[in-house]
Design a protein around this ligand. Structure first.
Ligand code: ADP
Ligand code: MG
Length: 701
């Protein structure tokens, strides 16, 4: 290939940035292969491969310049490495570093894995807060960087720290990136029209790219980062808003007002006073359903907060207008439970309920489909089976979706009849921090139920020390003898692998032979046939089984009021949200609940998480704590919504930018609901490239 000719001909930005890494100066085929492991194939990939951190070498110090509690970066040579167990499964790693004639120690707790990064004689750069310990200075959990023997970090610089892969060290990565930035930083096209750059106070993309890699000052770095974070969050909010416009604009739904008469007829059916939060949610839903555009609302509330009552109101509102309603649950167990509860609470009404799941016989199914099509059924409860094309709803007014966060445009299309859409209500019992709700579910309106219905017995949660386990089991058995039931939860060590099922089965064997020998114990896990699992759940619900040994399959929605006891094994393996969901299983009856948590926390964070779980019972508060401890982590990786992770924005750190980006997106979409304005063409392309598929923004049939 004739590189010179390539450079002469005028090329678009996209073409220029598509140059393969192996053609870049200082890279070559071998390093290109290493870069590929980081997903870096082109010059453009490198340009948008941002540092994960920075070292501020304007703080570069000598040990004799340290001050107590101050920040310092310091270079030295490792003289000793010491890794020790400190009891209770904790470890301490200390390295002794020499700088000229002075020594200091760097210390990490519970990060034994760092041991192999260090070797005696290695030069390191450490940055952190300095502490005086008598004769010696120490740094706890400093950031560090290994230096080659000839590498001398220049003072007065802010130096990028990149993610690495084997074979490419920090120094090499910096040299490669510096070259790429020098050569290509001016190439990317500006996605924002000038008036928007001005309006949102953003620096141009070319500046942002250069400064994010090679900051000339902290202020410049901040401005660059702000621009890139804002852009990422704006693109996401544009995608969510666009989806929202797509789902609701040009769709029509039946107007179903809650007249005073209808309202009092529905309210009479509740055997309890609704809570204020429930009433508020009902008002918001009724407002939506009165409109001729489809409702698109998330009902968000802790386990047991009474979401079903609110959904029941919405469904009866549809039925009162002679429309049908669907309640869709993620599993057969839950669908059946909903059908049973609704049948009970609607006994006094004329409402006709049908249960449509995958396990009906052919003739039952045909009969039910005919009843639905002839509108002899008002309320259909079911699993995904309700979405099949053979299910014909002559008058569908409302779809309620339990515990499934994102409902596809295609799935919606399957339920649309003759250009009329039903209203949609999505329910979730996973408390989610506000910033995250706005980010992941920004295409929905949100109603939140925070307060629990009155008179709920408390659930007590204990972190059971090793020495107290016998006593815990004694207590557990005592409650069983009093007539209560219980769960024993064990984690799936490695989801999908048979050995992890073995661990559940081993626990089961052991319990049956030891702690719970005298009781009727059964087992459920995700690898059983669903009929087998359902049968076990059913026996437990009926009280034939006293204890259920289970993996987290009992997590969602299962309701057995007599079950008040729960032992959780290896509690450190569960996330806080998941623990809270599990605890929700035993907060449903008349009796106080008890959770005994067996755990060996592996880190400080895991200890904090378990402490929070034991001392806080409010799911929203726990969600905020979890978010502070861990960031949004697995909320993004969950397959519930399949949203790609954010690359530069950090919802913990950049939480304040989220509402700003959201407001900006709304103002842009007001004039261009699908970004159709030519001046927005580049922004539109960015939105489609990242979210087009997952949010179904491009055309679907
Ligand atoms: P969620 O679906 O939010 O987890 P449910 O709707 O299943 O909660 O409600 C849990 C329990 O609380 C049910 O037994 C329900 O009958 C009861 N319940 C709901 N609302 C109230 C209320 N306002 N007062 C008393 N009990 C209520
Ligand atoms: Mg529920």
């Amino acid at each position: 290939m004739d590189i010179e000719r390539l450079e002469e001909s005028p090329k678009s930005a996209a073409e220029q940035l598509a140059v393969e890494t192996q053609l870049l100066p200082g890279v070559g085929p071998q390093r290109a292969m290493l870069l590929e492991r980081l997903g870096l194939r082109t010059a453009g990939d490198l340009l948008f491969f941002f540092p994960r951190d920075y070292q501020d070498l304007s703080e570069l110090k000598r040990v004799d310049q340290f001050v107590e509690g101050g920040n310092a970066s310091v270079c030295g040579v490792i003289e000793e490495i010491d890794l020790r167990n400190t009891g209770a499964g904790r470890t301490l790693l200390a390295i002794l570093v020499r700088q000229n004639l002075n020594h200091f120690r760097a210390i990490w707790f519970d990060q034994a894995f760092l041991r192999e990064k260090f070797s005696v004689g290695q030069r390191v750069l450490l940055s952190g807060r300095t502490k005086n310990r008598g004769l010696r200075w120490e740094m706890f959990h400093p950031r560090f960087q290994l230096l080659s023997s000839d590498e001398e970090p220049a003072s007065g610089q802010i130096v990028p720290v990149y993610p690495l892969t084997d074979g490419i060290n920090q120094g090499l990565m910096r040299r490669i990136l510096r070259q790429v930035v020098e050569q290509y930083a001016a190439v990317p096209d500006e996605a924002f029209p000038p008036e928007l750059l001005e309006k949102f106070g953003l620096c141009p993309i070319q500046t942002a790219i250069r400064q994010i890699h090679l900051p000339s000052s902290l202020a410049e770095l901040d401005a660059a980062r702000y621009r890139l974070v804002f852009q990422e969050l704006l693109v996401l909010q544009l995608a969510l808003g666009w989806r929202r416009n797509r789902v609701t604009r040009a769709s029509r739904a039946p107007s179903l007002p809650a007249t005073a008469k209808i309202d009092s007829r529905i309210m009479r059916l509740f055997p309890f006073e609704l809570t204020d939060d429930q009433r508020q949610a009902i008002r918001e839903i009724a407002d939506d359903m009165q409109r001729e555009v489809p409702m698109n609302r998330l009902l968000h509330g802790d386990v047991g907060a009474g979401k079903t009552a609110v959904a029941q109101y919405a469904m009866l509102l549809a039925v009162a207008h002679r429309y049908q309603a669907v309640l869709m649950a993620p599993t057969e167990i839950l669908a059946r439970q909903h059908a049973r509860n609704l049948t009970k609470s609607l006994k006094q009404s004329q409402v006709r309920i049908g249960l449509l799941t995958g396990s009906l016989s052919a003739s039952q199914r045909d009969g039910l489909l005919e009843d639905i099509a002839e509108h002899r059924i008002d309320l259909v409860v079911g699993t995904h089976a309700v979405l099949q094309p053979e299910v014909r709803f002559p008058q569908l007014g409302l779809v309620v979706i339990d515990e499934q966060h994102r409902f596809g445009v295609r799935q919606r299309a399957a339920l649309r009849r003759a250009g009329i859409d039903p209203h949609y209500l999505v329910m979730t019992a996973t408390p989610i921090p506000r910033t995250v709700t706005m980010t992941l579910f920004g295409d929905l309106d949100v109603s939140t139920i925070k307060q629990l219905p009155p008179g709920r017995p408390p659930v007590h949660t204990y972190l059971v020390p090793q020495t107290q386990r016998t006593r815990w089991w004694e207590f557990f058995r005592k409650k069983l003898r009093e007539g209560r039931q219980g769960y024993v939860i064990t984690p799936l060590v490695d989801e999908g692998k048979s050995e992890s099922i073995a661990s559940v089965e081993r626990s089961f064997e052991q319990l049956v032979n030891e702690e719970l020998e005298a009781f009727r114990v059964d087992i459920v896990h995700g690898r059983q046939k669903s009929a087998e699992r359902d049968a076990a759940m059913e026996k437990f619900r009926e009280g034939q089984t006293q204890v259920l040994v289970a993996t987290s399959v009992v997590e969602v929605g299962v309701d057995v009021p007599n079950a008040t006891m729960m032992t959780i094994e290896n509690g450190e393996r569960f996330g806080l949200a998941q623990l809270h969901q599990l605890r929700g299983r035993i907060s449903r009856g008349l009796h106080a609940g008890y959770v005994g948590l067996f755990a060996s926390p592996a880190s400080e964070e895991s200890q904090k998480r378990l402490d929070a779980f034991c001392s806080v019972s409010d799911g929203f508060e726990l969600a905020e704590i979890d978010f502070q401890l861990r960031g949004p982590g697995d909320l993004f990786s969950g397959q519930q919504h399949g949203m790609p992770p954010l690359r530069i924005a950090d919802l913990q750190r950049d939480g304040e930018i989220v509402p700003r980006a959201r407001a900006a997106a709304q103002s842009i979409l007001q004039d261009a609901p699908e970004l159709e304005d030519p001046s927005l063409a580049r922004l539109r392309r960015l939105v489609l490239a990242r979210y087009g598929r997952v949010l179904e923004l491009s055309d679907v049939g």
